[in-house]
Design a protein around this ligand. Structure first.
Ligand SMILES: Cc1cc2nc3c(=O)[nH]c(=O)nc-3n(C[C@H](O)[C@H](O)[C@H](O)COP(=O)(O)O)c2cc1C
Length: 221
């Protein structure tokens, strides 16, 4: 698959079939993704790949916990500033509108929104997931390395005919994830990522992007 096609066909898929993802494919993707760049080649990502019974257990624990109204784990990092200024505020509002309209949910219907959110912790039905941790001692440049690594994984998954959804939502139930994975204390969970074959019967509204001139400045000689 051409890189442009991989980039354009990647999107946050929120409905997967239960068709398993072969271990050999996951190994091929993650072995290739290891070639992602990182400052001073620190390779600060710590990845756990979870399938089968451990993933089923994690989904069960997390969805039951959230459905029962158990409060989320204390945040270990700031997901978004408490007040999002323009233009981020407007972009987030547009995203929320598109997401809930795809699901046929009214903005004020908090319960329906909560039900939709719970699908996060079922990995939207995906049979495989990865969990991306970072050493607590590392800083912003290393967090950005994680982003490059994760995007590389997602593009390689496209080349394998697979889809994904990166999910910070998993950091909200990080103690449940830790219950299953037992990561060392020095690691902090950044996000999970659902991986699998798209369930094409699940509707979605494609996200848009700002005009190039809003985010890119060419300074030509
Ligand atoms: C680091 C990161 C965390 C995300 N967390 C979630 C999440 O918890 N749940 C979810 O449904 N989507 C999540 N997303 C997906 C974004 O909402 C999505 O990438 C964005 O709206 C753009 O849409 P697209 O990826 O389909 O183009 C996350 C994306 C990123 C990069």
């Amino acid at each position: 698959m051409d890189v442009y096609e991989a980039v354009r066909s990647r999107r946050a898929v929120r409905g997967f079939t239960d068709e398993p993802v072969p271990q050999a494919v996951l190994e091929r993707v993650l072995a290739a993704a290891a070639w992602a760049p990182s400052g001073s080649n620190l390779q600060p990502w710590h990845i756990y790949v979870v399938t089968g019974a451990p993933l089923a257990q994690m989904k069960k624990l997390a969805t039951e916990r959230v459905a029962a109204g158990d409060p989320w784990d204390e945040r270990e990092y700031v997901m978004y500033p408490p007040v999002l200024k323009s233009p981020y505020h407007e972009r987030r509002a547009t995203f929320g509108r598109e997401r809930y309209s795809a699901l046929g949910i009214e903005r004020e219907d908090w319960e329906a929104r909560q039900r939709a959110a719970i699908a996060n912790w079922d990995c939207f039905g995906a049979p495989a997931a990865l969990f991306c941790y970072i050493d607590r001692d590392l800083g912003r440049p290393q967090w950005s390395d994680l982003g490059m690594y994760l995007q590389t994984v997602m593009l390689l998954l496209r080349a394998e005919g697979l889809h994904s959804c990166p999910q910070m939502a998993w950091s909200q139930v990080r103690s449940t994830v830790a219950q299953v994975l037992s990561p060392p204390d020095e690691l902090m969970l950044f996000c999970g990522m659902s991986i699998g074959h798209e369930d094409t019967s699940v509707g979605y509204v494609p996200t848009g992007r700002s005009a190039l001139a809003e985010t890119v400045t060419f300074v030509n000689g």
